[in-house]
Design a protein around this ligand. Sequence first.
Ligand SMILES: [Zn+2]
Length: 194
Amino acid sequence: MNISIFDMPEKAIEYIKKNINLWQPYTNLKFNFINTRDGDIRISGKDDGSGNWSAIGTEAKLKPLHEPTMHIDLLQTADMLNHTIRHEFGHALGLLHEHQHPDNEIQWDKEKLYEESGKLGHTRQDTDENFLNPPDSKTTITSTYDSRSVMHYKVPAEVTSNGVAVAFNEDISEGDKQFIALLYPPTHVQLLDD
Ligand SMILES: [Zn+2]
């Protein structure tokens, strides 16, 4: 899989590579970083105010080759930046939000959540898409709910009605590693007659 990283200083490129490579041992993919802008995954760091986002898995193939498939906002604290790169690359590998898992233990206080995310500039529709809507069960493979997943947002108890809170997850969890290994299983050499 070819990965292009552009519109940022060399130091930032190296930082992003280091974080992406944390996923590598749990996949059968080879992450091949290239210097041109036409990779399968194209990561921009251009200061365009678009926040952090990524195409989910194969959605990246539907994007025109001259457009990025992922964006990283470089103006963040180190722990947030680590989380962001690992999380967005999780999306690139096809992972969805863990806090939207059908078996999560969160009972959202929706009005409070809309209010708090509104303060960060998010519309109700953004909030529905990024927090509330469950994934399409017909097209989604689901593992056990994992509140330590790097694909989980931090959830303060103030936006839930049952007092459940989920801490900030900086690291790729054991559950994340197992699930990605399930999606990208190691290939075995076929030595037996069939
Ligand atoms: Zn996300």
